[in-house]
Design a protein around this ligand. Structure first.
Ligand SMILES: Cc1ncc(COP(=O)(O)O)c(C=O)c1O
Length: 356
């Protein structure tokens, strides 16, 4: 607390990021990063970049990046907006589209940055409870909200809603802005990016932090009708014209060009996820049908914080969310096969210990 803080700063409850440990020996499966390195093409392009050019400001429009993304999805460059991580894209989106006059809605269990941004920007919000099985019921959303915001697949539940259901929502609510956070879409889901040409009430947000292994580079994207993206540009250029640095532009362009590596690493993560899911089920661990690069799991009879602490003693970092409906659940990122085998053994040990 400082006496110069304004009212808003005083009242904030900031987002708490997952631990980034200094100890490299820990198995770090707590923040949904990729267990694999970025594409070799990304690394080669960064190595070959002219570092003397770092004295120059980057392209404020990130043109090569937009071009590569537009080509990948078969859309136009005007339908793509890049930002410094999807967290920043979401922040700009809140600033561009929401204010104190109209509420927005999102599920009670979802990415915990949404309420943080709502409070930062003084946007009233309604948290609509997900059902007991954690599924989202769109019929429960009030009709007077300006926007509905949700992650698909959702985080931390991992549950995926298919494109037909989202399309039905877009059609049913043409005056509601639907913001779809597809941070985990590449691990088994079907992206709604192709729908932006047909629905001017849709913005899709994605990140290169998960399926493209570039969390350390901070690159996120929004997709939508050109006038929706122009709104984001107006805010970006009133905040920081150069959100994407030179190396991030080079890295993102290469990541979208190396489709083969992207597909291969996503497949590997999916394969590891599925066998870990089965191993958990066989052991009696409750687990949702996650379509992401993490599992949402609960050990019967053992409180979530206790499991998290015990796994840490075993050298494994996972995430537990304190909110009442999720406190007995853990979000466990998919690591390499070897890391997940160690996880399964450690969970067996925790369960055996708890049974004593
Ligand atoms: C649902 C969701 N959206 C957005 C993000 C932010 O990703 P980044 O800012 O790294 O692009 C995350 C990160 O974990 C997430 O889980």
């Amino acid at each position: 607390m400082n006496r110069f803080w304004n009212e808003n700063t005083r009242s904030l409850t900031p987002y708490v990021p997952g631990e980034q440990p200094k100890d490299k020996k820990l198995i770090k499966i707590n923040t949904n990063e990729s267990p694999y390195p970025p594409s070799p093409l990304v690394i080669e392009r960064i190595r070959n970049a002219d570092l003397n050019d770092l004295r120059l400001y980057p392209d404020p429009d990130s043109t090569p990046l937009k071009k590569a993304v537009a080509e990948f999805y078969g859309i136009s460059e005007q339908e793509v907006f890049p930002g410094n991580g999807s967290d920043e894209v979401l922040a700009l989106l809140f600033k561009a589209y929401f204010d104190a006059s109209t509420p927005i809605a999102f599920p009670d269990i979802t990415y915990s940055f949404y309420p943080v941004y709502s409070e930062l920007y003084n946007v009233p919000y309604t948290r609509v409870p997900v059902k007991d099985d954690f599924s989202i019921d769109f019929n429960a959303y009030p009709s007077d909200v300006k926007a509905i915001l949700f992650a698909n697949p959702n985080a931390p539940t991992g549950l995926y809603i298919d494109r037909a259901e989202i399309e039905a929502l877009l059609r049913r609510r043409p005056e509601t802005l639907i913001i779809l956070d597809e941070a985990y879409i590449d691990f088994g889901g079907e992206s709604c990016v192709p729908l932006i040409n047909s629905y001017d009430n849709l913005i899709v947000v994605q990140t290169l932090s998960k399926s493209r292994a570039l969390a350390g580079m901070r690159i996120g994207l929004a997709f939508g009708a050109p006038s929706l993206m122009e709104g984001l540009d107006r805010v970006k250029n009133s905040f920081n014209s150069y959100t994407m640095d030179r190396l991030a532009i080079v890295a993102a362009e290469a990541a979208f060009q190396d489709k083969a590596y992207f597909e291969e690493t996503c497949k590997k993560v999916i394969r590891t996820r599925e066998w870990t899911k089965e191993a958990f089920k066989e052991m009696g661990v409750e687990v949702t049908d996650s379509q992401t690069n993490f599992l949402f799991a609960s050990l019967p009879g053992v409180p979530g914080p206790q499991v998290q602490a015990r796994l840490r003693q075993e050298g494994i970092l996972v995430r537990n969310f304190k909110a009442s409906r999720t406190e007995n659940w853990l979000r466990i990122s998919i690591g390499t096969d070897e890391e997940m085998k160690k996880l399964v053994e450690a969970v067996k040990k925790v369960m055996a210990g708890a049974a004593l």
